[in-house]
Design a protein around this ligand. Structure first.
Ligand SMILES: C[S@@+](CC[C@H](N)C(=O)[O-])C[C@H]1O[C@@H](n2cnc3c(N)ncnc32)[C@H](O)[C@@H]1O
Length: 262
């Protein structure tokens, strides 16, 4: 296993590159994407990924988790799948090149993956389920998990990482040929002051509206106001109670194995 200090150094270098043109506050906020407050490092250190067979990371966004996977499992053949590679996701190729990680990128909806059944020995999803939920509802999550299970070979491992409570993971996985092996969670090692927190919630509320994929302007404004108000109230609570702001809940990891059909 690659030493932790090497992964930390790779993260630091990638974060410096990723935020090199940012002013101080955006540097803090955008810098979170690389490593996600230590949780990506924790996740890849705890993933039971076998050396043989290809790995798929779906909802790979601009590839920050793929970079971690490449550092942790340098001999693994990696595939990334995302619904688009436009806007901020366009930078995935340069990010992976900077990280020194090779991955084949596929543009597709996770609810309909363009792969034959049983081709991957492992599959992961880092903070993708919550975005599928925003855009496509709970049924979208179920469809994506069914697809993840279909493309996984028998006895293959599916690793889901999200802010979703464990009970909700269980509900989504019900009836699928997947047996939960392990559940664990990790808080983000992040403490932001008010300046970073206020800027961050504005950006996150805008990001939420984008994931909603609605084109009606009035609806977009309504969603923004609702999400921003909710985030602001949580931010004020944290600043009052602890003196700092942690922008996201703990990352919960659910590791499943695809079971052999009876
Ligand atoms: C918060 S990002 C996940 C972070 C990413 N895993 C990383 O390592 O940087 C969620 C991603 O899910 C993608 N997404 C949302 N719905 C999707 C779907 N139905 N199929 C595939 N990708 C989807 C979004 O485009 C976005 O890039």
């Amino acid at each position: 296993m690659i030493p932790e200090s090497i992964v930390i150094e790779k993260e630091r270098k990638l974060r410096d590159w990723f935020t090199e043109d940012c002013d101080p506050t955006p540097k803090i906020i955008d810098g979170l994407d690389i490593g996600w407050g230590g949780t990506q490092r924790w996740a890849t250190a705890n993933m039971p990924v076998s050396p043989a067979g290809p790995h798929l990371d779906f909802c790979c966004g601009y590839g920050t988790f793929l970079a971690q996977l490449g550092w942790r499992f340098p001999d693994k053949e990696l595939f990334g799948l995302n619904i688009d590679y436009t806007g901020p996701h366009r930078m995935i190729r340069s990010l992976l090149a900077e990280a020194g990680v090779k991955a084949s990128l596929v543009q597709a909806d996770a609810r309909n993956m363009p792969f034959a059944g049983g081709v991957f020995s492992s599959v992961s999803c880092f903070l993708g389920l919550q975005d599928i939920r925003i855009g496509f509802g709970d049924s979208g999550i179920c469809e994506a998990l069914r697809e993840a299970s279909r493309v996984l070979r028998e006895e293959g491992v599916l690793v889901l990482l999200d802010e979703i409570p464990f009970e909700e993971f269980d509900a989504f996985l019900q009836g699928m040929s997947l047996r939960v092996m392990k559940r664990c969670e990790r808080a983000l090692d992040v403490r932001w002051d008010r300046v970073a927190a206020e800027k961050a919630i504005t950006l996150y509320a805008r990001g939420y509206v984008k994931q909603k994929r609605t084109i009606d302007e009035e609806e977009r404004v309504r969603i923004y106001d609702e999400v921003y108000t909710r985030m602001k109230s949580e931010m004020e609570r944290q600043l009052r109670d602890s003196g700092y702001y942690v922008p996201f809940n703990s990352v919960r990891m659910v590791t499943c194995k695809k079971t052999v059909r009876a």
